[in-house]
Design a protein around this ligand. Structure first.
Ligand SMILES: Nc1ncnc2c1ncn2[C@@H]1O[C@H](COP(=O)(O)OP(=O)(O)O)[C@@H](O)[C@H]1O
Ligand SMILES: [Mg+2]
Length: 262
């Protein structure tokens, strides 16, 4: 599937001046605006406590914003979202295919009707041979692949990923980054990806929103104008280094300001 150039993609979701204040007055997110278009790969990059998970939870509709609006183009439907967390959150008593079946089961569908789709997605994440395995038989990286398959299986309009690879070793993490991009190329998926890794965000995204804490907010947007597919050539490209350095400098500047205010 070919993803259209950034300027020509159909809109999916709009956030307008979204604030979230928790009881006790913590401003977890202030004035966040974001337009998500079909095929985007957007990273939210920032230190812990800057409101990244809060932004995802608001987009997922798990809680309402204190102010501002979050609007789905054409309204929101049941199949709009797939979510991947840092923990794979698999059911230990269920096989891989039954774990990936979960979103369908929650919609009251029978396994027989969606078995082919489940196996298709397991093939996409390289786990077709493991459909009868149990989570305890899988490595950390494989469990994360099951979690990604579960998020993709209903073909959602938007996939939210909250630091999905942060607990994995570096080699596995790079492999999963490569595989995530190839998945995106094959499925045309639209992704909002939370990370505190500069390198991961520059490798994966076409847009990076850099965030700072207290109050949680977006301080800068960087467009990463490198073509996909991206692989080792991009990881070692001079432009990759330039963007990574710029993102790091922005983050460090924001951290210094936060610390100075304390
Ligand atoms: N349910 C909650 N109640 C009160 N404060 C919260 C709640 N969830 C998050 N916060 C606070 O909001 C801020 C942003 O949190 P979070 O979105 O989890 O940050 P991040 O994901 O970037 O680490 C933090 O200061 C956090 O302690
Ligand atoms: Mg978080």
């Amino acid at each position: 599937m070919v993803v259209a150039p950034m300027g020509e993609r159909a809109p999916i979701l709009h956030m307008r001046e979204v604030d979230k204040t928790f009881n006790g007055g913590i401003v977890a997110l202030e004035h966040m605006s974001l337009d998500v278009n079909e095929g985007d790969f957007i990273s939210l990059l920032g230190p812990s406590g800057c409101g990244k998970s809060t932004a995802l939870r608001l987009i997922a509709g798990l809680m309402p914003p204190t102010a501002g609006r979050i609007e789905w183009e054409g309204g929101q439907g049941a199949d709009d979202l797939g979510v991947v967390f840092q923990e794979p959150t698999l059911m230990p008593w269920a096989t891989v295919e039954k774990n990936v079946f979960l979103p369908f089961r929650l919609r009251g569908q029978s396994f027989g009707k969606v078995r082919d789709r489940i196996h298709e997605v397991l093939a996409l994440v390289g786990l077709e041979k493991f459909h009868k395995s149990y989570p305890r038989e899988l490595s950390g990286g494989m469990k994360m692949r099951v979690s990604i398959a579960r998020a993709l299986v209903t073909n959602p309009r938007l996939i939210l990923m909250d630091e999905p690879f942060a607990a994995l070793d570096e080699i596995t993490r790079q492999k999963l980054n490569d595989d995530l991009l190839s998945l995106k190329a094959k499925t045309g998926a639209t992704v909002i990806f939370v990370t505190h890794s500069v390198f991961e965000s520059v490798f994966l995204s076409d847009r990076i929103l850099i965030m700072a804490a207290r109050p949680g907010r977006v301080i800068r947007e960087i467009t990463v104008d490198a073509p996909y597919p991206r692989g080792i050539d991009w990881r070692t490209a001079p432009e990759y280094g330039v963007i990574a350095r710029e993102a790091s400098a922005t983050l460090h500047g924001a951290l210094a300001q936060t610390e100075a205010a304390e």
